[in-house]
Design a protein around this ligand. Sequence first.
Ligand SMILES: [Zn+2]
Length: 370
Amino acid sequence: MKPHAPSLPSVSTALLAGLLAAALLPHARAAEPAVAPPPAPAASAPARVEGTSKDLESQLRDAMGRGDPKTKRLNLLIDGKSSSAGLATTPGAAVPVNPVDSKPPAAAAPRPREPGLVIRPQRPATPSKPPEPHKAIHWSYEGEGAPTNWGKLQPDYATCASGQRQSPIHIEDSEALRGPAEAIQFNYAPSKGTVTNNGHTVEVKVYGENSLTVRGSTYQLVQFHFHHPAEERINGQGYPMVAHFVHRNELGQLAVLAVLLEPGEANPLVHKVWTHMPLDVNDSVRLPPDLIHVGEILPRDQRYYQYMGSLTTPPCTEGVLWLILKQPVSISRDQLRLFGQLYANNARPVQPRHDRPVRDAVLIAPGGRP
Ligand SMILES: [Zn+2]
């Protein structure tokens, strides 16, 4: 969705029609409360006038100032669309034209308020970047947006701080429940994908029939991404990197398969992703058909740890089934270095386990693979 900016010429010609309409259409309209708590319900809020210059602003003020503003309503045509200036409203109460409009009201506040008219300066066009979600501080891995502050950044991130079943965790064999468990059944096939550098990681959306089955439920692969260093700690040991394969079942429940990466031979799947990954943040590249075969990255030994945790990024939603393959697979130092240059640290620190059970699944995959 691209930001919409009204064009100047149509505004100026429409202004005359609008002024005329204002004079001819004196239909009464009850005033909105002078102070409405932002954000107001979109349905009841009048559209705001898109001011494009100081000149336009003063003309509009003049138009609205004539006569009794309590019974006046200014209708405008902007880019062929009808718009209207209702009566006294607040900057936060207007219907956003696009997501960029939902920035904090403070930006528009210093402007003098006129009865029934809210005028904003035209924003500079930003054609190339998709709109960012609007937060005072964006979550990240350092500074004010660092993991320790995630829970305070916005209300729906509260679980990041208050949750009792958060991820990642430090897994220690001495505390795990060691016993028989079913093998994870993997069903991966060559698939289409799109690789995105989203500012937090490099992520590959996967399209096709890819799934894993465990605990009687089949989870479809949605995407996979990387953390550097690995978020998981196993028996006191860290790893330089991990790949997380995010799956979802038909109930919307998530299962994340973690594949630990350690220095060694180049990794074939990583090679494909790195070859195509965009270096610019928010850039995406469509991968050649059938390029992605997630089965390529699975270790031969598919024993795993299993526990219930959360997303490791905001909003830190809980109820995520974690499946962590014990045997790491290799990644070359060159491959590690390239990712490290983009993301020196995009790992959330380990979270308290709070006596959660961790299963140490001792069974091996069907087919007798060691
Ligand atoms: Zn992850």
